[in-house]
Design a protein around this ligand. Structure first.
Ligand SMILES: [Zn+2]
Ligand SMILES: [Zn+2]
Length: 282
């Protein structure tokens, strides 16, 4: 339909894996850790995947004068390694006393007591001056099965566990016929994980991590990550339309990533490496 609002607007706020980096060598692809926003513009609903340090920028944008605040906000998590939760204490909307923020735990055996404890512990005792319970916002912890359809927005979400130390979730998000799949912090091992290929089948956009080169991946069994080649293999096997690779290793500077992006595009033309601030409309 011409001029229709996009089904989903995806924006990258954190593209770095493991730890934030900051220097002039990281300005193009960004230094903040994992955070992706999925805006449903026709519904004024905002979904956020992971709360790495990039969520601080997202929060600042939401708080800016004149900005339109979403009516509903949900933060879902792929897993709870530090680079996926460390930005939460610095998310300004979490300090707004009248605001409800949904914190989502999905998947089989989902356990929101665990989510609650992890987030509370991160801000407890010696780690942070403000306890989570004193932040102000009304946190609504939600535990959901591995598949859920949100009636109010027509969005359906499927979560699937993949291999990563401690476990992590990939998500397939569908709305109005558009399909977004996010799979980060995934270790395929010897062969590509077929469960993720199936999850990503015919997606319009696959966001897949690529922390290492094929050479760097050697000797890193059990570290929980993928190579560029593996991300492209998943995209090819699943027949996805567009691939964006993220969770850049902290040692990979702009020069390295720009060259790597060109190499990847020779194999999978409709691919990009994620840049902080990048926006994709679906
Ligand atoms: Zn990570
Ligand atoms: Zn991780």
């Amino acid at each position: 339909m011409p001029n229709a609002a996009p089904s989903m607007v995806v924006k990258f706020y954190g593209t770095r894996g493991s730890i934030p980096v900051c220097s002039k060598d990281f300005l193009e692809f960004g230094g903040n850790t994992s955070c992706v926003a999925i805006d449903l513009p026709d519904k004024n609903v905002l979904n956020i995947i992971d709360a790495g340090s990039g969520i601080r920028t997202l929060g600042q944008e939401l708080m800016a004068e004149g900005a339109k605040f979403p009516e509903e906000m949900t933060i879902g998590f792929t897993h709870f390694h530090w680079d996926h939760i460390q930005g939460f204490p610095f998310f300004p909307p979490a300090y707004m006393s009248d605001l409800k923020i949904n914190l989502l735990m999905m998947g089989r055996n989902s356990d929101f007591d665990r989510l609650k404890k992890i987030l509370f512990d991160q801000m407890g005792g010696a780690f942070f001056p403000i306890a989570m319970g004193d932040m102000g916002a009304n946190f609504n912890f939600i535990s959901m099965k591995h598949k859920v359809t949100q009636n109010s927005t027509g969005m359906s979400v499927v979560a699937r566990v993949h291999s990563h130390p401690g476990g992590a979730l990939s998500y397939r998000i569908e709305r109005n016929g558009k399909v977004l799949v996010i799979s980060t912090d995934i270790e395929h091992g010897e062969t590509i994980d077929q469960r993720i290929v199936e999850l990503a089948r015919d997606a319009d956009l696959l966001i897949h991590e690529a922390q290492y080169t094929t050479e760097e991946l050697v000797g890193k069994e059990g570290w929980g990550h993928s190579s560029y080649r593996q991300a492209i293999q998943v995209a090819q096997m699943a027949n996805v339309k567009q691939l964006i690779m993220t969770h850049h290793d902290p040692s990979h500077n702009d020069y390295f990533l720009a060259r790597k992006e060109i190499e990847c595009q020779k194999v999978f033309p409709n691919s990009l490496l994620a840049r902080e601030g990048m926006v994709i409309e679906l």
